[in-house]
Design a protein around this ligand. Structure first.
Ligand SMILES: [Zn+2]
Length: 292
């Protein structure tokens, strides 16, 4: 079955991960801009990071037959840095205009500070201006409260709910999100939050409408094969192939297609793998010579 991983931080992953994802059936992915594990100290670090999401990382994915898209935004954690946040927000318009950027994100709440709320709202305005959907991170601590606050902010700004993906849901927050017009993302982790069996049970209970599954794999303990593993868990629970296809393909396509830059026709055919290609004189090959 063909699958999309609609939230995975490939910058932190290896070529082995790309090869395994492609072999497991993942043919497209979305890489949201996020924080890198330690705070950045200059806005220039964001420039280089955003450029790599649109450049080198997209090239690297193509070398394994995977289409790569990204979301661009000021992540909630670094929204608390008063020295940088304004500067980073000023950078965003130039990126939000680019092909390959399929949403504003990850935005939302981390510690649920006033600064985070302010930049979350400002980025909803930018999304409206660029007619892009938004990817909303929900916090690890006080998740329920953070989810409710996010939904209240979205509603108070009259941002179209069908253009909002609320991510990292669990059993407690999912019914709250499904009660709105927003889409519900679930990050399937090895140890915490949601696992593939709990996820399959949620699909069985709530159906497939607006349900999205991702690995959110990054530099922490995580697994870039969690979308295929959730597919297996859904199958084991007797969920139909059609329903599984909706969760791991049609739903992310429908959500990100709202950007006008996530073309189904392009997705149907994987990129041709040509390892003689270079990106700014660089290749994924080591030692083995191109075209020999
Ligand atoms: Zn993430």
């Amino acid at each position: 079955m063909k699958m999309i991983d609609p939230h995975v931080h490939m910058t932190s992953r290896t070529t082995d991960d790309y090869a395994a994802m492609a072999a497991a059936g993942i043919s497209a992915l979305v890489e949201p801009a996020f924080w890198l594990g330690q705070p950045r100290t200059t806005a220039g670090s964001f420039v280089d990071y955003f450029n790599s999401l649109l450049g080198w990382e997209r090239f690297r994915a193509s070398q394994f037959g995977i289409r790569h898209f990204c979301t661009i935004g000021l992540n909630p954690k670094e929204a608390n840095n008063p020295k940088l946040s304004g500067e980073v927000i000023d950078l965003l318009p130039r990126y939000l205009a680019k092909d390959g950027v399929v949403a504003v994100g990850e935005i939302g709440f981390d510690d649920q500070t006033d600064e985070e709320a302010g930049w979350f709202g400002r980025q909803l305005e930018l999304a409206r201006e660029f007619n892009l959907p938004v990817l909303v991170h929900t916090p690890h601590r006080d998740k329920k409260q953070g989810t409710i606050r996010s939904l209240e902010l979205i509603r108070s700004m009259k941002f179209p709910e069908e253009q909002v993906l609320i991510d990292h849901n669990n059993e407690e927050t999912l019914p709250i999100v499904l009660n709105t017009g927003c889409w519900a993302g679930h990050s399937i982790y090895p140890n915490t939050k949601m696992d593939e069996h709990r996820m399959a049970a949620l699909v069985k209970k709530y159906g497939t409408g607006r349900m999205i599954v991702n690995s959110a794999a990054d530099w922490g303990i995580s697994d870039p094969l969690k979308v295929p593993k959730t597919t297996d868990a859904m199958r084991a629970l007797g969920i139909s192939e059609e329903a599984i296809h909706q969760v791991v393909w049609e739903n992310p396509v429908a959500f990100f297609s709202q950007s006008g830059r996530f073309e189904v026709a392009d997705l149907a055919e994987p990129p041709v793998i040509d390892r003689s290609l270079l990106y700014e004189a660089n290749s994924v090959l080591r030692g083995e010579r191109r075209s020999l």
